[in-house]
Design a protein. Structure first.
Length: 367
């Protein structure tokens, strides 16, 4: 079938809106009509080359839609169901899965991480019949996708597709980091570096956990409105005395928790100095490949500070996707507040530009 998609053909160049050919689903594959997808900074890492990916490729790993057709052997979803597309599926059988570390399953990631289906091919070709890859095996920045059935998660009835899409990455990464990895305690103090989609989700999770003082830090003053709308109690415009301002807001002690929602090395090195004794620093944003940070070992030793990471919110997606959706439906997670602007597919380059300049919290494309 013919579909329309946003294709990246050259690094650091605008995406092109193209008509592509999409093959029918094979055994254990599903055809999904995309109803909404999020504009995530991780996708843009591919545009800049920070994330390595063979080209041409259709981007997008944060999407949701409606099942249109299923291949042989598919039993987990049916035609007409609303599904979230999971960019990090797991097998339930490997050593990591068997001990509950499902977000470290490697079974499917070699192929999906190359932008290919599990058989090592792609379901997309261009007008010259040349293959076009699918980021994370998904390629959500398009009107339709064919994906492995293990990627499809049925969502609770009544969950809007744009909400499902954001649960697929930003919300699970941010809220999961707070609840699953940091276990933020009621009455605690928190610093969140970066007030984009993931940072705002961290703030949302901290509110849910009952944190008393939530300090958002961002270089863009425009982000203060977004941060406070999600529940931040204080906002600091990043500058020369960021650490001093944090200490002042925490009675000279530092915070109980500090989160890097960006993946910036300079910020990562500010996490531990932001903490009080026995505080926990968490790397949530994706850092550059092979990057290193410097740590004051004496400070860590004497103050018993801790540094950890979390990938995909340390989530069990089979449980957490539905849980977060239900929390939204119950009014406990205001995910809709993350969405500051909606776009059409042919506005994708504008959406990316506005994400980069900080004028939006989270943008979504809807159909």
């Amino acid at each position: 079938m013919k579909i329309t998609a946003a294709v990246l053909r050259e690094l650091n160049k605008p995406l092109s809106i193209e008509e592509l050919n999409l093959d029918d689903p094979k055994t254990n594959e599903v055809l999904v009509k995309i109803d909404a997808f999020g504009i995530c900074h991780s996708d843009y890492h591919v545009v800049t080359g920070l994330a390595k990916q063979e080209l041409p490729v259709v981007l997008g790993h944060e999407g949701a839609g409606t099942v249109m057709q299923v291949g042989k052997g598919v039993t987990n979803v049916e035609v007409g169901q609303n599904v979230l597309l999971n960019w990090f599926p797991y097998c339930k059988e490997c050593p990591q899965c068997l001990v509950g570390n499902t977000n470290h399953c490697k079974t499917y990631m070699e192929m999906l991480g190359q932008g290919k289906m599990l058989d090592g091919t792609t379901r997309l070709t261009d007008s010259d019949n040349k293959p076009v890859l699918q980021l994370s095996g998904l390629a959500c920045w398009s009107t339709h996708v064919v994906v492995p059935d293990i990627i499809c998660t049925k969502m609770p009835e009544g969950t809007p597709p744009e909400i499902s899409a954001l649960i697929g990455c930003a919300v699970t990464t941010g809220v999961g980091a707070v609840l699953n990895q940091a276990s933020v305690q009621e009455g605690s103090s928190v610093v969140v570096y970066g007030a984009g989609g993931v940072g705002l989700s961290i703030i949302m999770g901290c509110v849910l956990a009952g944190a008393k003082k939530i300090i958002a830090v961002d270089r863009s003053e425009a982000k203060e409105v977004f941060a406070r709308s999600m529940g931040a109690t204080h906002f600091i415009t990043a500058g020369k005395d960021t650490l001093g301002n944090i200490k002042e807001l925490t009675d000279g002690l530092g915070a109980d928790y500090a989160f890097d929602a960006i993946g910036n090395i300079e910020i990562a090195e500010m996490l531990l100095p932001s903490l009080r004794e026995r505080g926990l620093a968490l790397l949530v944003g994706v850092p550059p490949t092979d990057s290193r940070i410097q740590v004051d070992a004496t400070d860590v030793f004497r103050q018993e500070k801790r540094l950890s990471g979390t990938i995909y919110g340390t989530a069990d997606t089979a449980v957490d996707f539905e849980k977060f959706a239900q929390m939204y439906l119950d009014g406990k997670l205001p995910i809709d507040k993350l969405i500051s602007k909606s776009y059409k597919l042919d506005e994708i380059n504008q959406a990316c530009e506005e994400m980069l300049n900080g004028t939006i919290a989270r943008g979504v494309v809807t159909f």
